[in-house]
Design a protein around this ligand. Structure first.
Ligand code: TXA
Ligand code: MG
Length: 330
């Protein structure tokens, strides 16, 4: 199959709609990462997503809709959900509702809930408005690989596997949406992201972060899988261990390895400039840069030495979660 990359316009949108209604997958930009979209109402189309990505069959998908789409046709509402929608949507917050069962059961892998996201990205909205169907979409990468934040990243992973990539330029959010379960008495974050626990608690008073207990059935099955990993070797150091990272860097270079160092701005000066992949100086910059730099690392290095940024809380919860998983090994 030939994969076309097209800027978003009348012609590419018409083509995207035709493909989706035929049960094919189309990649599209959002403010977080690129999504791999398919018609959420069709079993066959949703199965194709899992096949194209190589994704485990028990990891449910998010349904994407435009702001004018009738949310109530898909899910049952919850008492405090309106406040969250007013505060954060459209935007990088996915809410997990009780499902009305109107989309393919394959979307939620048999769970009785449905994750719904309304992206803020103008081109994502234009696409969703044009097709005007619920679009199931995971990140548009091969399963376990780093999520794509440009059309080129999608092409690198899925060339020949999908017919069309809608190119909306680089994603500025940089990490995936916050996934928040609202089926209980107060919201529980299943996956940290750009809308933080602090921000949600600020609106509805309380917000917990889900930590799976030993032996418990996980509430967000995606959390149990290795994720976000570049193809090169990785070694992760704590913020206080930058000196040990430098020693490791010197040893590896002497041993003939091609090494890059991923770190925040504050410690970048310890390493030769040409080896540094600089995450930046604050949470928003680090989120925006993380996946791009992880993908850059695998093209030019066989060892990535990563040093955790020192900041904690807020957006850094999501950034650190991804960085640790990227460097976790099997
Ligand atoms: O920013 C994003 O969320 C991107 C863009 C494309 O919108 N999408 C994305 O999808 O990251 P994906 O498939 O890579 O991650 C979806 C996450 C997984 O961790 C999955 O387990 C969780 O959402 N999820 C989906 N449906 C769920 C449900 N009904 N209950 C609990 N967790 C759910
Ligand atoms: Mg993903």
């Amino acid at each position: 199959m030939q994969t076309e990359v097209q800027k978003i316009g009348e012609r590419s949108l018409a083509r995207a709609k035709e493909l989706l209604l035929r049960g094919e997958c189309v990649a599209f930009p959002t403010e977080t990462v690129y999504g791999l979209g398919a018609d959420a109402r069709s079993d066959e189309a949703v199965e194709r997503i899992y096949r194209v990505k190589g994704r485990p069959q028990d990891n449910p998908l998010i349904v994407h809709i435009h702001p004018g789409f009738d949310l109530g046709s898909l899910v049952y509402d919850e008492p405090y959900a309106q406040k969250l929608r007013e505060a954060f949507l459209p935007g990088p917050l996915t809410l997990v509702y009780r499902s009305r069962g109107r989309v393919s059961v394959k979307v939620s892998c048999g769970l009785d809930t449905l994750a719904v996201r309304v992206p803020a990205h103008p081109e994502a909205q234009r696409f969703l408005r044009y097709v005007d169907i619920p679009v199931a979409a995971p990140s548009a990468n091969r399963s376990k690989h780093v999520s794509p934040v440009s059309a080129q990243h999608v092409l690198d992973d899925l060339n020949g596997r999908i017919p069309l990539i809608l190119d909306g330029g680089p994603c500025l959010g940089g990490i995936e949406s916050t996934v928040c379960d609202i089926t209980g008495p107060y919201p529980v974050i299943l996956r940290a992201g750009l809308v933080t626990r602090e921000m949600i608690a600020g609106v509805v008073g309380r917000c917990d972060e889900y930590i799976p207990r030993e032996g418990e059935k996980v509430r967000s099955p995606g959390m149990k899988y290795k994720h976000y990993a570049p193809s090169c070797d990785t070694k992760l150091f704590a913020p206080a261990d930058a000196a040990a990272a430098l020693a490791e860097y010197r040893r590896a270079v002497q041993g003939g390895r091609r090494v890059r160092v991923l770190c925040e701005d504050a410690v970048a000066g310890m390493f030769p400039a040409e080896a540094v992949l600089d995450l930046g100086a604050d949470g928003a910059a680090m989120a925006e840069n993380l996946y791009r730099l992880l993908r850059e690392a695998e093209t030019c290095a066989d060892l990535l030495i990563a040093i955790e940024p020192a900041e904690r809380g807020g957006v850094m919860t999501g950034v650190l979660n991804r960085l640790r998983k990227a460097c976790a090994g099997e």
